[in-house]
Ligand binder design. Structure first.
Ligand code: UDX
Length: 434
């Protein structure tokens, strides 16, 4: 060890693995534990397992430096100063979080950690969870802190290294100071608060982003009706420092591993407290209506009925710069169109990394070339904002699919180029669009 702390990480999913490699990169000695033996074997061999910029290099460097080890036994955590718990907390059909993995991890930690250690919960958990866990840990002299993550997929290493803010929810100043030392956090970015506030702050932030996105999609719909342009409207909104320009881009709906789960959990827990979280509920309602909006646009503009249509979908991941398809709005649109009888041919730059069964259950036939995917298409639907779609040879696509409708749900393409190729362009929230 080289003067750093002895850190443990439990659960090497997206958050846990990012936390482990970044802390090892900060000269701490890190032991990461997961119950999945195959995952641990691959990580020990330096295989990155998640698709994240800068992660492969940091992983191999920290393993080679002897600062990062992967284990399946909790005994390897016995001497740790701080342990970050990053296990998954999936939500059930009613939106309630499933805390079985978290509770099992805490039980194992009580059996191995020494008194004075601090357990830091990074998993997104319902408000009150950290205090409940703290009660259990106190009997063993172990501290508990809530420190939610705010990492964006595709930028996780950069977000961890240069966070907007570091939230530390702790009653004890000593425990909070230890966690800040582990992060090497700039004191100006640290927000020290109660565990309840920290847990709520995570849900509040993600739900606010979801509200902003659904509001943008509803405004896009209104722009279309009035002949306005959503890009102009959001340019005005975003220039207002009180609003800010991010998360104002219309799309096929929001998705991914966090926003759907966190909004559901917030609505569920608010209801349990007798609070109507009407804004968040409305954002969810708007979001599930987006596939039907796209369906209506295609029905109105295509020359054949949807049930006979051949549709090319460009982009299958939940956003660009990732191969993650969890709760992908692109796949929600595909499943919706497939249920209406359309035949779907899908291309994504990360196709080789996408599980084929996920695509087939959304009714998509994968095609590993965008031009071949467009063969004889009645419509081309852009669903993920991969910048390379803008640079496709749209004249070549028009040769494969003469007269096709191009529905650009992300307003990514240059309408002039698409129209010049002889295709019919439909932007999201634009005068001649949908
Ligand atoms: C999100 C939160 O941003 C992060 O703070 C949290 O910790 C985890 O969840 P991530 O899941 O990586 O991060 O996705 P994000 O970049 O926030 O995008 C969420 C969804 O919104 C995607 O489907 C994306 O395509 C969509 N989106 C985003 C838009 O449709 N328009 C935008 O302007 C921005």
């Amino acid at each position: 060890m080289s003067g750093g702390l002895r850190i443990g990480v439990v659960g090497v999913g997206y958050v846990g693995l990012t936390t482990a490699v970044c802390l090892a990169g900060r000269d701490h000695d890190v032991v990461a534990v997961d119950i999945d033996e195959a995952k641990i074997a691959r990580l020990s061999a330096g295989v990155p397992i998640i698709d994240e910029a800068d992660l492969p290099d940091l992983l191999t460097r920290t393993i080679a430096a002897g600062r990062l080890t992967f284990r399946t036994d909790y005994e390897a955590l016995a001497d740790r100063d701080v342990v970050f718990v990053c296990v998954s907390t999936p939500s059930g059909p009613d939106g309630a979080a499933d805390l079985r993995a978290l509770d099992a991890a805490v039980t194992r930690l009580t059996q191995v950690l020494r008194a004075g250690a601090v357990v830091t919960i990074k998993s997104t958990v319902p408000v009150g969870t950290t205090r409940r866990v703290a009660k259990r840990l106190r009997a063993y002299g172990i501290g508990a802190v809530s420190s939610p993550e705010f990492l964006r997929e595709g930028r996780a290493i950069a977000d961890f290294t240069h966070p907007d803010r570091v939230v530390v929810g702790a009653d004890s100043d000593t425990d909070a100071a230890l966690v800040c030392a582990a992060y090497g956090a700039d004191p100006a970015t640290v927000l020290h608060m109660s565990p309840e506030s920290a847990e709520l702050a995570k849900y509040a932030s993600n739900a606010f982003l979801a509200v902003k996105l659904s509001y943008t999609n509803s405004l896009a719909q209104l722009c279309r009706r009035y002949g306005g342009d959503i890009g102009d409207v959001t340019a005005c909104m975003g220039a207002d420092a009180r609003i800010g320009p991010s998360f104002l881009q219309p799309g096929p709906g929001w998705g991914g591993s966090c926003l759907p789960k966190d909004t559901a959990a917030l609505v569920f827990s608010a209801q349990a407290q007798g609070v109507a979280m009407a804004e968040v509920e409305a954002a969810r309602t708007t979001n599930v209506a987006q596939p039907a909006r796209i369906e209506a646009a295609l029905r109105q503009s295509m020359t054949c009925p949807l049930r006979d249509a051949r549709i090319t979908v460009l982009g299958l991941t939940f956003k660009a710069a990732t191969s993650d398809t969890r709760d992908s709005p692109a796949l929600a649109v595909c499943a919706h169109l497939a249920a209406e009888g359309a035949a779907l041919y899908g291309y994504d730059p990360r196709l080789p990394a996408i599980d084929a069964t996920v695509l087939s259950s959304a009714g998509v036939t994968a095609v590993d070339d965008p031009y071949r995917a467009a063969k004889s298409a009645d419509a081309v639907v852009v669903l993920t904002e991969w910048p390379q779609f803008r640079d496709l040879d749209w004249a070549a696509i028009a040769e494969h699919a003469p007269g096709a409708v191009v529905a650009d749900t992300r307003n990514l393409l240059d309408p002039t180029t698409v129209e010049a190729a002889g295709l019919r362009y439909l932007g999201n929230g634009r005068a001649d669009g949908y």
